[in-house]
Design a protein around this ligand. Structure first.
Ligand SMILES: NC(=O)c1ccc[n+]([C@@H]2O[C@H](COP(=O)([O-])OP(=O)(O)OC[C@H]3O[C@@H](n4cnc5c(N)ncnc54)[C@H](OP(=O)(O)O)[C@@H]3O)[C@@H](O)[C@H]2O)c1
Length: 257
């Protein structure tokens, strides 16, 4: 019961990795606060956790909505004397070439609305509480494709890169006052999000349960990042030899397009 007595807020807990991570975190003794829009799915995850003897609270919220996000943050602070960890996991993905997006600025706005602003809204609302109690851990969920950029996901990946940058600033500014952060760079994971793309049906992917273990590691061990070896090497390659990496990947990406 490594997380006994700790309260973890996890957004996007109605399906996929967030739901699996919530179940695992509760099994380790955490009180989990589950956030998402779909009430039935959230209540099913809550019921699962309670059936196994865990403690879960469900909060139905559209985190892309300014008022709803503010209200849920106030409710969380009202309901829980302490909140130890925030996992910014809720997101949407859009797969569309840039050449087909020239009249679709709204794709960029709607990915930012949840993946970036939704996460930042919740984080900013909890920062005063974290500072007052002297500790708080923020986990931001990103993608391996910000480490090794790929085509077709410009709106999604830009929003994830923005979240990463915000998370690094949070650590740089408030790390000395007890706020720590982890960025998680998932590779492809078999969830409702990846299932939306038929082309991925036969692609080997990480299971959602295994990906959830990465979030558990982020919450329990609080490393500054959780990543894969290809992701780490890709990040290193892009940081040191971006021209070479781009030249090598371009022919491959042309086939993907
Ligand atoms: N699957 C992959 O291959 C992959 C790869 C890299 C990174 N990731 C990241 O992993 C995380 C989890 O994704 P997943 O694969 O588990 O997909 P998923 O099953 O689609 O989960 C996304 C979650 O976000 C919630 N959500 C979406 N919009 C929301 C909103 N406006 N307000 C509140 N909640 C919202 C959804 O719940 P409701 O619809 O009920 O609101 C759902 O619970 C995401 O951050 C994703 O970007 C996934």
């Amino acid at each position: 019961m490594k997380l006994a007595g700790r309260t973890v807020v996890i957004s996007g807990a109605s399906s996929g990795i967030g739901a699996d991570a919530a179940r695992k975190l509760a099994r380790l003794g955490a009180t989990v606060c589950l956030l998402a829009r779909r009430e039935d799915e959230l209540l099913a995850v809550k019921a699962d956790i309670e059936k196994s003897g865990g403690v879960a609270h469900a909060y139905v919220v559209d985190l892309a909505d300014v008022d709803e996000a503010a209200a849920v943050a106030a409710q969380l602070l009202d309901d829980h004397r302490r909140i130890d960890v925030l996992v910014n996991n809720a997101a949407r993905s859009i797969r569309r070439p840039i050449a087909d997006s020239t009249d679709r600025l709204h794709d960029y706005e709607r990915t930012m609305a949840i993946n970036y602003f939704g996460a930042v809204r919740l984080t900013l609302a909890l920062v005063p509480h974290f500072l007052e109690q002297g500790h708080g851990h923020v986990v931001s969920v990103s993608s391996m494709s910000t480490q090794i950029p790929i085509p077709l996901f410009s709106a999604y990946l830009a929003s994830k890169s923005a979240l990463e940058s915000f998370t690094r600033s949070l650590d740089a500014e408030l790390g000395s006052q007890g706020i720590s952060t982890t960025i998680v760079y998932f590779p492809m994971v078999r969830t409702p999000m990846s299932a939306a793309t038929d082309a991925y049906d036969n692609m080997p992917m990480m299971s959602s349960a295994r990906a959830a273990n990465w979030l558990v590691k982020a919450v329990v061990d609080k490393p500054s990042r959780v990543t894969s070896i290809p992701g780490a090497l890709g990040g290193l390659g892009m940081a040191t030899l971006p021209g070479v990496v781009t030249k090598v990947t371009r022919p491959l990406f042309r086939r993907m397009g």
